[in-house]
Design a protein around this ligand. Sequence first.
Ligand code: OAD
Length: 245
Amino acid sequence: MTDVAKLLTNGRRAIALTGAGISVSSGIPTFRGQGGLWSRFDPMEFAHIESFRSNPVRSWELFAELAKGLFAARPNPAHLALAELEHHGLLRCIITQNIDGLHQAAGSREVIEFHGNARELVCLNCRAHYPASMFSFDSLPPYCNCGEILKPGAVFFGEPIPKTALLRAYAESQQCQVMLVIGTSALVEPAASLPLVAKEHGAIIVEINPEPSALTATVTDYLLEGEAEVVLPQLAAAATNYLAI
Ligand code: OAD
């Protein structure tokens, strides 16, 4: 912990890559592992773009259920700690795979939403975007003014990563000197490659996770083993203490 706090305070360019684990203590389940969303729903059936095209109502039923939890969730101490690090100039940006908007709700400003977000609905026909708050999910599916069924703003399997997010995430990964990899199993591409890109460009990889991930044995330089909501506030406190000295 002390070594990592020092890494953050000696002027190195640090960024974070976050996954579902950071939002667990906000009440949002992970995707994999026991009780994970994909242990109850087959992602290829509910969250693949082709399954959405062939049966949008089925995808919407799952998303509407999820959205209730997402919209009710509040940032936890892990989100707040990352916002604090950014506020002190110790963290340049967050690349998040999460669609819950909790980094922004915690006060983080530089957030790259790699897998889109739940705040918006998009039209695959005319590309219009609508705030999700315009719709009550009691009557599904929601429709665009052009007549097409709207899709949740989250990236589905088989869809490309939004171009601006992809380009920015790669540039930040190439340029960073420290990458905090928090609460992700690192199994879904291309997000899982970002720590490799960072490492190949000389960055130190710090992982924060209660369990080893696909990166731990081969890519990770420091593993802070534990829950993000416990470890990150400690790390932020240690780093800001060094700043004060
Ligand atoms: P996963 O569900 O694959 O992994 C969650 C990770 O969080 C695991 O490594 C857990 O050990 C860890 N974890 C659990 N509780 C934690 C806690 N309190 N603090 C820190 N870590 C904790 O979720 P992601 O890696 O985010 O994509 O999944 C990546 C992508 O797969 C998602 O963005 C989503 C999904 O399919 C799309 O839907 C496109």
